[in-house]
Design a binder for this molecule. Structure first.
Ligand code: PGA
Ligand code: ZN
Length: 411
């Protein structure tokens, strides 16, 4: 039974304010914080109400506490409904999706704690035994970096040959180190600068970045004796210019219409044997997604982030159109744990790979590590380096140690 709900303003990794929530029950305690995006999808719920985090702390905290005190923390779905009712808008703009999601996750953690259980086990049951492959962020461009960086937002890798979590996260960190060396050979002014998610920010073309990404995967993969595959988040909504109906690659001085973009992405996937490509088209272009998925979906994961915004109804449309074979799961895009789970469930029922994910602005909260394991997500996207990123990776190492028969996820 919930006895108190406390909200505080804390720092995120960009130095911006965000919310952290404590939920206190008579025999449990849960704490969770919400992250923030920079390349947010237009159909996401609104993170913060007008007036920002200060208003949440001064006014909204009391409203939520008075509603939730006396409720059972195990009734997460009911609590999520109450939060939606308190808000009263479709996009959670009155009290903020970051408020509701932090409360929702803190409630779940308090419920788990009352059984003396870690959250992943509370959500997934005693049989959970799979760990997610970490999708590590190696180089940053676009909205997560400065003006002379590549246009593609994220150059990622997946250590698909790793046999366990420890091997997987250290494979990613080895690639990160290798790429620093390789960038220095292409960009003599490179200062070691990093972007919002801890990847390097080189002043090189998209092609040059793709080349060294592939080279790093091969060389480190050979050294470690495991297969490591390159991946991308193109965050193409940020490149799309609706007036010109073109994707603008400023660093390369190239503009591509939708047809060119399909050819360009398909070519990258073929040339570099990409494992995973996220948001290769604008968030409204279901058709572009569907065309690409029909061409390469048998050998590459085509993932929707801004496309689906963790929304079950939008995912249902994507399933009907065969728009993608993977979906990014960011709880704060939809505003509650129960709605997040509903989207994961629909994805799994339709063989769409759910990829639980961080945001570019993060805290050291490690809840998403538990969600990935508890939901049985075969992959987690949470960077490779930086305190707020390793908070999740190190938690996964601890979870691996706790599981009786741990194994890496299956696709
Ligand atoms: P965001 O970006 O958190 O800035 O939205 C991450 C992503 O696009 O995956
Ligand atoms: Zn994305």
């Amino acid at each position: 039974i919930i006895e108190d709900v406390q909200v505080r303003k804390i720092l995120d990794s960009r130095g911006n304010p965000t919310v952290e929530v404590d939920v206190i029950t008579w025999n449990g305690f849960g704490r969770a914080a919400a992250p923030s995006g920079a390349s947010t999808g237009s159909r996401e719920v609104v993170s913060f109400p007008e007036g920002g985090v200060d208003v949440i702390v001064s006014e909204i905290e009391d409203i939520i506490a008075s509603e939730l005190i006396g409720m059972d923390a195990e009734d997460i779905a009911t609590i999520d409904e109450v939060l939606r009712e308190v808000d009263g808008t479709d996009n959670l703009s009155a009290i903020g999706g970051n408020t509701t999601v932090a409360v929702s996750m803190a409630v779940a953690k308090a419920a788990a704690a009352s059984y003396n259980m870690p959250l992943y086990k509370f959500l997934g049951g005693n049989l959970v035994n799979e760990l997610p492959f970490p999708l590590g962020n190696m180089m940053n461009g676009g909205a997560h970096a400065g003006v002379n960086a590549p246009d593609i937002q994220e150059f990622l890798v997946v250590p698909v040959g790793a046999k366990n979590m420890v091997e997987a996260v250290f494979a990613n960190s080895s690639i990160h180190k290798k790429l620093k060396e390789l960038i220095q050979t292409k960009d003599s002014n490179f200062t070691g600068g990093k972007g919002d998610e801890g990847g390097w920010v080189p002043n090189i073309t998209n092609d040059a970045a793709l080349e060294i990404q592939a080279q790093a995967c091969e060389e480190v993969g050979d050294e470690l004796g495991i297969e490591i595959r390159p991946s991308l988040d193109m965050a193409a909504s940020e490149l799309w210019n609706a007036d010109e109906q073109k994707y603008i690659y400023a660093q390369d001085g190239i503009k591509r219409d939708t047809g060119d973009q399909i050819d360009f992405v398909k070519d990258i996937i073929d040339t570099y044997n990409m494992f995973y490509v996220e948001d290769p088209f604008d968030e409204s272009d279901f058709d572009g997604f569907a065309q690409l998925t029909s061409k390469v979906g048998d050998k590459c994961l085509i993932c929707g982030d801004d496309l689906f915004v963790t929304n079950k109804e939008i995912l249902a449309k994507g399933i009907e159109m065969n728009a993608a074979n993977a979906i990014i799961i960011k709880p704060n895009q939809i505003g509650s744990l129960s709605e997040t789970y509903a989207t994961v469930k629909l994805a799994k029922e339709n063989d769409i790979v759910p990829v639980v994910s961080h945001r570019s602005g993060e805290t050291t909260d490690a809840t998403i590590a538990h969600l990935a394991v508890g939901f049985g997500s075969p992959m987690i996207k949470t960077g490779a380096i930086g305190g707020e990123r390793i908070a999740k990776l190190n938690e996964l190492i601890r979870i691996e140690e706790e599981l009786p028969n741990p194994k890496m996820g299956e696709f």
